[in-house]
Design a protein around this ligand. Structure first.
Ligand SMILES: Cc1ncc(COP(=O)(O)O)c(C=O)c1O
Length: 367
């Protein structure tokens, strides 16, 4: 006899992350590898955050603030909400897990979301044996009417990834507000805004205040993208006090480590890094888009720091680019076998990507 895991863990299809740079160097014997696969910040971490992280290292013999007190205070001031409206997570991933862990339990329960979207919703739900309802897209955007109509009496949570990963598209404020009104009050709405900082604020929904007032809405954001702290794992949820209390009860003590807390605190002051990131991203996306147009390649217009490109046979293009030391993301796991997803990089990285994409296209008999 051996210990047997739960049956839904045995059948779980685990998350397949972007390939790490060191792994590619090792496997292919390459000296220089660039990663454009995980929507990380090509400028690196916020310099202010880095300094704060070094300082915090001297105190790692002590446990961190269990509830990330100072970070909650600072975020609450920045967002104009109360600290009780914020729960910090070990990346926003942990908050997705905590939401499912806390609000869905029985095998009849389901969670709903538009798909393709962030596959973690599916993976975590299935790890708990909870069903998933996946509704399609309309013009590459989440079809909010379809999503609202798909909810059943057993739906516990509806996720809305906005802007949506991997599509890069965004649902406007007026549409999202109408959607929120349509969702029954007993269903928890989780707005996953991991790429919020990149979106056009003129049309992007601003639901922070509503999330503190409504009884069924939370917003998730992260320090992994814009602030360049993906490796430190810090995200947060904003919402009504009672939902936040529930997430706080369910989380582990010390879920955000002390170095991460200090770095995130400092990153919030680093307006220069945010500004430079937005500039380099806009320049990168513009450069990639203008080249794709020139090449006659289809792509999905993006509101984020990544772009979905229709290359045909995405695994093949992934492999060809990998051989040249460029890591992109093949989109098969999202049901998009003909697409690769590419994060905008530094100018030289974008040039290297386009140059090698052109070569790969020629070699495969493409345009
Ligand atoms: C849409 C979306 N949500 C959440 C996450 C998780 O981010 P993190 O756990 O690093 O905060 C990601 C990461 O890629 C994402 O793309």
């Amino acid at each position: 006899m051996i210990p047997l895991p739960k049956k839904h863990i045995i059948s779980l299809n685990p998350y397949s992350p972007g390939k790490p740079i060191e792994e590619v160097k090792r496997e292919l014997g390459l000296k220089k590898v660039i990663k454009m696969a995980s929507n990380e910040n090509p400028l690196g971490p916020s310099p202010l955050a880095l300094k704060a992280a070094y300082r915090a290292l001297k105190k790692v013999h002590l446990y961190p603030e269990s509830g990330s007190y100072y970070l909650c205070q600072k975020l609450s001031a920045a967002l104009n909400v109360r600290p009780e409206n914020i729960c910090m997570g070990n990346g926003s991933n942990e908050l997705i897990l905590l939401a499912i862990h806390s609000y869905a339990s029985s095998p009849e329960d389901n969670i709903a979301y538009g798909f393709p979207s962030f596959v973690i919703y599916r993976i975590i739900a299935h790890s708990y044996g909870i069903k998933t309802i996946e509704t399609g897209l309309k013009n590459h955007r989440i079809d909010l009417e379809k999503l609202a109509d798909s909810l059943t009496e057993h739906t516990k949570i509806v996720f809305l990834c906005n802007p949506n990963n991997p599509m890069g598209t965004m649902n406007r404020g007026d549409e999202v507000e109408a959607f929120v009104e349509k969702v029954p009050s007993k269903v928890l709405i989780v707005m996953d805004e991991a790429y919020y900082e990149y979106a056009d604020k003129k049309t992007f929904p601003d639901l922070v205040k509503a999330s503190t007032e409504r009884k069924n809405l939370i917003i998730l954001r992260t320090f992994s993208k814009m602030y360049g702290l993906a490796g430190l794992r810090v995200g947060y949820a904003v919402g009504n006090k009672s939902i936040i209390e529930t997430l706080n009860k369910a989380r582990q003590p010390f879920n955000v480590n002390s170095v991460a807390q200090s770095a995130a605190l400092a990153a919030l002051d680093d307006c220069r890094h945010v500004q430079r990131t937005l500039e380099i991203n806009e320049e990168g996306i513009d450069y990639i888009v203008s080249n794709l147009r020139e090449m006659g390649l289809e792509f999905v217009p993006t509101s984020t720091n990544f772009i979905l490109i229709k290359t045909g046979d995405s695994k093949k293009f992934f492999d060809m680019l990998l051989e040249k030391g460029i890591i992109v993301r093949p989109m098969g796991a999202y049901g998009l076998n003909e697409y690769i997803r590419v994060t905008a990089g530094l100018p030289a990285e974008n040039r290297k990507f386009i140059k090698n994409l052109k070569i790969a296209m020629t070699q495969t008999g493409g345009k």
